[in-house]
Write a protein that binds this ligand. Structure first.
Ligand SMILES: [Zn+2]
Ligand SMILES: [Zn+2]
Length: 164
């Protein structure tokens, strides 16, 4: 299940929305991301790394990335490459449904959860200014500027969307 946000610009009234996480259609999303990867959409280095590494998986989970310099944002998959470290992870990769959790979000004592290690981190670059982008935190999610005019979202009209 994923979480989305729907906004309305306080300046120009444009409505816009973003989605985070993974939904029921994730296996299709994952397959599609791998197809793009193999087509070289994410660069030759990425394609080669993927093809030459065993039990490798790509982070296809959607997030909002925010430019730390100019505030431009985009909603896209993480695209970092991970390698499966245990049986559970390897079987998830084979089934086309790998999900990576941050180390901290894993409950302790769950020995048979899928485990991965980071092979190579994808750097999200801002297409407006070339600055570095990072995943938006909860507060930043509530202030994503309007893609049309750059205005602030009207808090009264911000809605959460649960999707599956
Ligand atoms: Zn606007
Ligand atoms: Zn920027």
């Amino acid at each position: 299940m994923g979480l989305g946000y729907r906004y309305k610009c306080s300046e120009c009234s444009k409505k816009y929305e973003v989605f985070q996480g993974i939904g029921m259609l994730f296996p299709e999303v994952y397959e599609d991301t791998v197809a793009k990867l193999k087509n070289g959409r994410f660069g030759k280095a990425w394609k080669e790394l993927y093809e030459n590494t065993e039990n490798v998986a790509i982070d296809a989970e959607k997030r909002v990335y925010l430019c730390t310099s100019c505030g431009y944002w985009k909603n896209e998959p993480g695209l970092s490459l991970y390698v499966a470290d245990n049986e559970e992870a390897i079987s998830d990769v084979k089934n086309g449904c790998p999900v990576f959790y941050g180390e901290d979000s894993l409950p302790a004592m769950m020995g048979d959860m899928p485990k991965y290690h980071l092979l190579k981190e994808h750097e999200h670059k801002c297409k407006k200014c070339g600055g570095k982008m990072k995943a938006a935190d909860d507060d930043e999610m509530l202030t994503l500027s309007c893609p049309k005019c750059g205005g602030a979202p009207d808090p009264e009209n911000t809605m959460y969307i649960l999707w599956d």
